[in-house]
Design a protein around this ligand. Structure first.
Ligand code: ADP
Length: 720
């Protein structure tokens, strides 16, 4: 008998065996349905073998028509699972995340004007025919509603031949992109870079390229050339463009649409079930050519993945921290290698890891140093907040206030950046000094004035702002401390009563439409001062924006994790890069209490390479990533006793490994989360050690009660 080993998208240790019925045609990679426990479940054929039927096996129930998953994709799943210390089934689950995508598209009947002239024209029929001849073919209910009649009128007209009924896919395929459309005339520097990337794609071999260019230098136009070359060279080639989730706005998708005259297949958390199903089906069957998505798109089952672009490759949103933890940029490089594909990592502020890879020759590096046309980078000035201090209760220094006033007088736009949502990041009681915390969690509550609520940004818990202190019952004593974007907006409205001031954060702009709306109004000049969180830092072009103010440049430096300095530098230069994109020169004012900090100094001089060189030397000295390896193990338990007991047991179970150092267990900085106690281990090792294998060995031998949860994070970014 033929036996199929089926992997299920679940946290199971290995695939299970099934009998392949004679009538069923199955290959490795086939999507099937098979009984598991009491249910039938979708799974993937991981391998096939013939064996004598010595034990009865359950038969497969169904094989789907979807093109089988490629060998390369299955190898990638195995690799990602092994590297990130997860079960292959958990990674497979990420590849299968689209309900209904395995079945072919459902069909519906649509109506358009037909060949026969209508007989017996009634007013109802006339209205339907008028609606049908105006616009694309539509379903009966829509035409009937437009004409103000019942669907029977539409159907009767179809029977007489006055309307033509035909079936249409509910989820139509994506139109093929047109690779021959011409983009901009490239600058000489862009043209050189474009030649280098198309040269690499033409060789059909793995190549990894860092496209290192200042904000607005035209990196997107360069990788568009690579996309176009790949589309032309191979009619089956698929191209994946990864973007930070927040950049996946309509404006960006429209840029693809304009350049290639076709809508790309999108993949991100904001898709409807229907959009997700459609994208998945078209990608899995190899029909969608250009796919633009967030990090999770890397795990989609492409048929012929020839080119991967990771835009804003330094962006920390590529690191997935829940469930299977992974760094999508790093996984993308591995996937490109397995696929013999080209990968382009684009950034104005590449991650230190990427810079070191380029330095050591693993990635080739292309530089774009200038902005096309006359646009130039803004002048960046540090404001020493010790000397140029704001008035009490204010957050804007006199210099920044003056610059805001001048910019408004010149009818130009300003953008203020503060990475703190809400009104005040901390609420304390003036009477008893109590700081309000989220229940059962080590996190302060943030005051939000728009909603009148106190919110925990970690767990999402919230409550209306109470009139009495919950601790001492004093009335009206609760006070917000420190600035959030809403509070800065309040200050600007008092300073510039005539200005149109708006706040842009994930609270005020929820969902694609709201984000699009604010961006559009900023672009057309309907907003004078925009105050935003990091949501404003990404990829928008505002031609009349000439002033960028950074309210609290130091906030990122206080984090204490190994990438804090790097991240601050990246964020600040991205925000500063928003100013002066078009013909008008811009300037950026950076408020800091640490003007001598190397990150601030380098920012002011726009001297990225010096900044990175300092960071690099520190990391090398301490053997931190990318010069050494690091992993985290996080343990949580319902009470302190259990956490302490198992913390000790887990520590004792750590396998011996040469040169491996285990720190901990130590109480995590967020020591209590949703009522659970948390401990952390930090594990370091030299580069040559396979730390994933070490962690797998460690975790595999542990026997833990269900109440104790463990998670492994290879190359952690968050140290909470
Ligand atoms: P980046 O991706 O490096 O931030 P973009 O590709 O978005 O830069 O380009 C920035 C702006 O410059 C965009 O508005 C783009 O349309 C424009 N641009 C890019 N290249 C050219 C060019 N060769 N000629 C004219 N405009 C260009």
């Amino acid at each position: 008998m033929v036996i199929a080993r089926v992997l299920f998208p679940l946290m199971l240790p290995e695939p299970f065996d099934y009998d392949v019925p004679d009538a069923m045609s199955v290959v490795p990679g086939s999507y099937v349905r098979a009984p598991l426990g009491k249910q039938d479940r979708v799974g993937l054929v991981w391998g096939l073998r013939t064996a004598p039927s010595d034990r009865p096996l359950k038969p497969l129930r169904e094989v789907f028509e979807t093109a089988p998953m490629t060998d390369t994709m299955r190898r990638f799943i195995d690799f990602a699972a092994r590297y990130n210390v997860a079960a292959p089934g958990q990674v497979l689950a990420m590849a299968l995340r689209a309900k209904g995508g395995l079945a072919p598209s459902a069909s519906r009947t649509v109506y358009s004007p037909g060949p026969q002239p209508p007989t017996r024209l009634t007013p109802a029929r006339t209205a339907v025919l008028a609606a049908a001849s105006n616009g694309p073919p539509r379903v009966a209910s829509v035409l009937a509603a437009e004409a103000g009649v019942t669907t029977s009128v539409v159907k009767r007209l179809a029977e007489t031949g006055a309307l033509l009924a035909r079936p249409e896919d509910v989820d139509p395929p994506f139109d093929p992109p047109d690779p021959d459309r011409k983009g901009f005339d490239l600058s000489p520097e862009q043209a050189d870079a474009a030649r280098a990337v198309t040269g690499a794609t033409g060789r059909g071999m793995f190549a990894s390229i860092l496209l290192d260019g200042v904000t607005g230098s035209g990196k997107t136009e360069v990788y568009f050339e690579a996309i176009s070359a790949v589309l032309k060279a191979d009619p089956k080639a698929q191209i994946l463009v990864l973007l930070p989730e927040i950049a996946l706005t309509q404006a960006v998708l429209e840029r693809f649409q304009t350049r290639f005259d076709a809508e790309p297949a999108a993949w991100h958390s904001g898709l409807s079930e229907q959009q997700r199903r459609r994208s998945w089906r078209e990608i899995a069957n190899g029909r969608a050519r250009i796919i633009v998505g967030a990090r999770s798109a890397l795990f989609l089952p492409f048929q012929t993945l020839s080119l991967i672009i990771v835009d804003e490759e330094h962006d920390t949103s590529y690191k997935q921290e829940d469930g299977v933890t992974y760094q999508a940029r790093d996984m993308a490089v591995m996937r490109a290698k397995l696929e013999d594909a080209v990968i382009i990592l684009a950034s104005a502020t590449p991650a230190l890891e990427t810079m070191v890879n380029a330095e050591q020759g693993r990635y080739s590096r292309l530089r774009l140093s200038a902005r096309p046309g006359s646009a130039r980078l803004p002048d960046i000035d540090l404001i020493d907040m010790r000397a140029d201090a704001p008035e009490r209760g204010q957050w804007l220094s006199p210099t920044l206030r003056q610059a805001l006033t001048q910019t408004l007088q010149a009818s130009e736009q300003s953008l203020l950046f503060l990475n703190r949502r809400g009104y005040a990041p901390l609420v304390i009681c003036k009477s008893c000094g109590e700081r309000l915390k989220s229940p059962a969690t080590d996190s302060w509550l943030t005051e939000h004035r728009y909603t009148g609520r106190l919110v925990c940004h970690l767990t999402g818990w919230s409550m209306p702002k109470p009139s009495h202190c919950p601790h001492c019952q004093a009335e009206g004593a609760l006070m917000g401390v420190g600035p959030g974007v809403e509070r800065v907006a309040e200050e600007v409205r008092i300073l510039l009563p005539a200005a149109r001031v708006e706040v842009f954060s994930s609270d005020t702009a929820q969902g694609g439409t709201a984000i699009r709306d604010i961006i559009a109004r900023m672009a057309t000049g309907d907003i004078d001062v925009l105050i935003g969180t990091q949501i404003v830092a990404k990829g928008h072009n505002f031609p009349n924006l000439t002033l960028v103010g950074i309210i609290d440049a130091d906030s990122g430096l206080q984090g204490g994790d190994l990438r804090a300095g790097e991240r601050t530098y990246q964020l600040l230069s991205q925000v500063a890069g928003r100013a002066g994109r078009a013909e008008r020169p811009g300037r950026a004012l950076v408020q800091t209490y640490q003007p001598d900090n190397p990150a601030m100094q380098a920012l002011a001089r726009a001297d990225r390479d010096t900044f990175l060189a300092i960071e690099r030397d520190v990391r090398e000295e301490l053997q931190l990533p990318p010069f050494g390896r690091m992993a985290a193990l996080i343990l949580s338990a319902p009470d302190a006793e259990t956490a302490t007991l198992f913390g000790r047991k887990i520590a004792e179970a750590a396998p011996n490994g040469e040169d491996i150092t285990v720190y901990g267990p130590a109480p995590a900085p967020i020591g209590i989360l949703r009522g659970r106690l948390r401990f952390r281990f930090l594990i370091t090792a030299p580069k040559r050690v396979d730390l994933s294998a070490y962690m797998t060995r460690w975790v595999a031998q542990l026997k833990l009660p269900a109440a104790v949860r463990l998670s492994v994070d290879i190359d952690p970014y968050s140290f909470l």
